[in-house]
Design a protein around this ligand. Structure first.
Ligand code: SF4
Length: 433
């Protein structure tokens, strides 16, 4: 059984330095369930995927659907099915959809949340037992199995990183799932999508063997894609696994989870970088975003990280409710002050993306599968006194005056970078298995 798993390229597509961990995890379950070959196609155009599917004769195509590629993926799903090949849809936009009528005709099976071994076995039945009506299967809330990295080729991602001056071998890993802040507040920050996942550290045996497998592939930098590394999780992680000697690690964290003792402990584990959300340089907007942080708490976290020489990335979301010329000015000034003051700090900007499943998305009646420029415009008109051109101008000013994270290094859904600074050599689609 030969399967292709794909992320469709769209206008918003980022040629990331980060391989797609969601598809790597899914590939692991399908191989475990008996698939003979599972290819991963990252960032291909819909036409390229359709022609791969034809020329390579895959028995099944899986598409990862997120807010930014939903309409393109649905269109592609319908095309592939019309060619007689079964299609499975999964990914965040499917997981938040209780009603899948927006992707009617585009799938044989839709899978919510993580694919369990049982669901993987059901997927493998599809080519031989065509379904008369499409079905939806519930996967697991928790990612239980081991992720297998064997047979993957990360060279293209390493080439992109080397191009940015990072000539090391890196890979994505997920040490924990969920966000303790979201658990505590029952919803988290207003712009964040809540998939209903409770915070937990992954099984230490799985983690240990994933780290060992990556180390064998030559990986020395581990990029954790888990949200908000809370102190309790960090402590458990340090007790559960032994990182390879001289390996380096980066994590997302909230400012209020940054304390000198915890950071010193993580430093001995190999901590190299922390990615913090500051969201806005305007305290009022930060408060409306329900971030649970203040500019003071974020500055304090930056101080701790700076004093222990940890690289820090601070991200801002431009266009949050209440955004105005004045607040954009405050954000630009703060970004500049922080990069002037802290030599290891970079900033990154993203444009507001009111996702279905987030409080902000719900505020303008967003439903799954309908994200696009019209939704963003409607959102800005409803909640702010500025438009896209003003946001672009502020982002462009930050890029000119501050040390910024390259677009391809970002994990944000809509990182901003001017067209002039995007690198042509970064536009290759990637097949990693
Ligand atoms: S933005 Fe970060 S801190 Fe806020 S709810 Fe989402 S994961 Fe948690």
């Amino acid at each position: 059984m030969r399967i292709a798993l794909a992320i469709v390229r769209t206008d918003h597509h980022i040629e990331s330095i980060h391989p797609p961990l969601g598809l790597i995890a899914l590939r692991s379950r399908l191989l475990e369930a008996g698939a003979s070959e599972v290819a991963i196609l990252d960032g291909f155009l819909p036409t390229e995927i359709a022609s791969h599917e034809l020329s390579e004769e895959y028995d099944l195509v899986g598409l990862q659907v997120h807010a930014l590629n939903a309409s393109t993926s649905v269109e592609l799903g319908r095309t592939i099915r019309s060619l007689g090949c079964p299609v499975v849809l999964g990914g965040p936009e499917i997981s938040i959809s209780s009603d899948l009528s927006w992707c009617r005709g585009a799938f044989d099976l839709a899978v919510r949340h993580h694919v369990s071994l049982q669901v993987a076995e059901a997927i493998l039945q599809l080519p031989n037992h065509a379904l008369s009506v499409p079905r939806t299967l519930e996967g697991e809330q928790r990612l239980t199995g081991r992720i297998s990295y064997g047979g993957l080729i990360f060279d293209e991602y390493w080439r992109r990183a080397a191009h940015l001056g990072m000539p090391r071998k890196h890979a994505p890993i997920i040490t924990h799932l969920g966000c303790s802040f979201r658990d505590r507040t029952r919803g988290g920050c207003s712009f964040c999508v809540d998939l209903g996942l409770k915070t937990s550290l992954r099984c230490s045996d799985s983690l240990e063997s994933e780290v060992a497998e990556l180390a064998e592939l030559g990986v020395t930098h581990f990029h954790c894609v888990g949200e908000n590394l809370a102190q309790g999780i960090a402590l458990k992680l340090r007790r559960s696994i032994q990182p390879p000697p001289l390996s380096t690690w980066s994590f997302f964290a909230r400012a209020s989870e940054i304390h000198p003792v915890g950071i010193a402990g993580l430093k001995s584990f190999g901590l190299e970088e922390i990615r913090l959300g500051a969201e806005s340089g305007d305290p009022h907007i930060l408060q409306i975003a329900a971030k649970g942080e203040t500019l003071e708490s974020i500055q304090q976290a930056i101080e701790v990280l700076h004093s222990q020489r940890i690289k820090t990335t601070v991200s801002f979301v431009l266009g949050l409710p209440g955004e105005s010329h004045k607040s954009l000015e405050k954000t630009c000034n703060l970004a500049q002050r922080w990069t002037d003051q802290y030599d290891l700090l970079k900033v990154s900007c993203s444009l507001i993306s009111p996702m279905a499943g987030s409080e902000l998305g719900r505020s303008i009646g967003m439903s799954p599968g309908c994200y696009g420029p019209t939704a963003r415009k409607k959102f800005l008109a409803t909640h702010t006194s500025i438009g896209v051109p003003e946001i672009e101008a502020a982002a462009s000013r930050i890029e000119r005056t501050c040390r910024t994270l390259a677009r391809i290094e970002s994990n944000a859904s809509a990182p901003w970078q001017s067209l002039e600074t995007q690198d042509e050599s970064m536009t290759a689609a990637t097949r990693i298995a």
